[in-house]
Design a binder for this molecule. Structure first.
Ligand code: PLP
Length: 439
């Protein structure tokens, strides 16, 4: 039972009456409450259980209630629950050290934020201050967060109602299945996307472009792993025109792809990396920007004009230290890589071969998308009603799935076991098979 002794129905009614929800029409909220969790499972108060293939907003990489992380938060709470950012604190310094340990040697410092949006906000600020330029180029198919510059850098529909500031330019990135470049091979898609990016830089005026801000693998936009050579090509263009390369690893980082950071599989070293979500699995809100040496040292004698009351909050920092330590000790990133190649890849390959609704499957680690189409030739997406039916059918069978447009994103925690992954994938295959028989 929950600590307030409210029934599931009472919690839902009280929530819908008084909590104003993100990205929602307030009269159309799901009737869903969660009371507790463990590993990859969640329970409501009446004991109903779900296997979680969403990791919430693709952030609970170590699963629910990891005992070492819960213990570390409790231990820190007993000593010091809050301290201002200017004060040196052991948990904060150690958290920075552990994050930098998994980044290339060129990275020297970490600026801590409360989440992913303000990480991107401050990375954009750093790029602008460092270059003295103002434009930021990002992908149309992207999400970078819901604050001033971050939502303007976002490419998807969430940008338009919030678009009040200048200095943002968007380009199409590579996405061979729905190519914008009439490409038929990954090589063509890569070359033409890079050409289009370079022409955009030239047409905007290279002297006006401060930063390129790309998700290493666009996540919510469809888990769009770039073709080999794309990110390395972006790096070359950034160098050629003196532009800061910011890679957003908020969703793709900390194990999700089977690497500590997604860019590590792409032969590229960025200037700034933004992170949040997986850095401590959201046990206490935290995010940040990792800075390479030259940008960090540009502020040795110059004041950095940015800050947050809770930058490097000790409870969040204790959770980061314990999370990264657990990920290292328990080889959680390696588990994500293995589950991806040994369990998810074969199951999705079978699904694509056997079910006509499946247009494409793509991904790595525990970061996969199933793209669903009404017609494999035209690639017309399935309707929102079909997606809603899939979500409801999976929910009824005890599986939470992450849906975006016409796609199911397979994004369980990185600690998912072979059995859990197999079980969830079987439910999805079954639900899709039922649907394809009906359609
Ligand atoms: N960047 C990416 C790639 C994301 O997926 C998200 C959130 O989904 C954000 C930034 C924003 O992070 P937050 O919601 O923690 O502000």
């Amino acid at each position: 039972t929950n600590s307030l002794s409210l029934s599931d129905e009472a919690v839902i009614a009280a929530d819908h009456a008084r909590v104003f929800h993100s990205w929602s029409a307030q009269a159309h909220l799901p009737n869903f409450t969660v009371d507790s969790g463990q590993g990859c499972h969640l329970w409501d108060q009446s004991g109903r259980r779900w296997l979680d293939f969403t990791s919430q907003l693709v952030n609970v990489n170590i699963g629910y209630q990891h005992p070492a992380v819960v213990a570390a938060i409790k231990a820190q709470a007993d000593i010091l629950t809050t301290i201002a950012p200017a004060t040196a604190n052991g948990q904060r310094a150690t958290a920075a050290e552990l994050i930098l340990r998994h980044l290339p040697d060129s990275f020297e410092k970490v600026f801590f934020t409360n989440a992913g949006a303000d990480a991107n906000e401050n990375a954009i600020r750093l790029a602008r201050l460092y270059t003295g330029r103002d434009k930021i180029i990002s992908h149309y198919r992207s999400y970078h967060g819901n604050t001033g510059a971050a939502i303007n850098a976002t490419g998807d529909w969430r940008r338009m109602p919030n678009e009040y500031s200048r200095g943002h330019v968007h380009v199409f990135g590579p996405y061979l299945y729905r190519t914008e470049f009439w490409a038929t091979t990954p090589e063509q898609e890569c070359e033409r996307a890079l050409h289009s990016l370079e022409r955009t830089i030239q047409s905007e005026g290279p002297d006006t472009v401060a930063g390129i801000l790309f998700e290493s693998i666009p996540g919510t936009a469809g888990i769009l792993t770039p073709p080999p050579g794309y990110l390395a090509g972006v790096r070359r263009l950034a160098d050629k025109y003196g532009i800061v390369l910011i890679l957003d690893e908020v969703m793709a980082g900390f194990g999700r792809t089977g690497n500590w950071f997604a860019f590590q599989a792409h032969d590229v070293v960025p200037d700034l990396v933004t992170f949040a979500k997986g850095v401590n699995s959201g046990y206490v809100p935290a995010g940040g920007v990792a800075l390479s040496g030259p940008i960090a040292h540009a502020f040795d004698d110059r004041v950095f004009p940015g800050g947050l009351t809770y930058s490097g909050h000790p409870l969040a920092m204790a959770a980061i230290v314990a999370t990264i330590t657990a990920m290292e000790d328990e080889r959680i990133v390696e588990n994500a890589a293995r589950i991806g190649s040994e369990v998810i890849a074969p199951a999705l390959t079978d699904l694509a071969a056997s079910n006509p609704l499946v247009g494409e499957v793509r991904g790595s680690g525990v970061f996969w998308a199933i793209e669903l189409v009404r017609d494999r030739v035209t690639r017309e997406p399935v309707t929102p009603a079909t997606m809603a039916a899939i979500k409801a059918a999976c929910f009824d069978r005890g599986l939470l799935v992450f849906l975006a447009d016409n796609r199911i994103h397979i994004v369980p925690p990185c600690v998912v076991t072979d059995d859990e992954a197999t079980q969830g994938l079987a439910i999805i295959a079954d639900v899709l098979s039922q649907l394809s028989k009906e359609s």
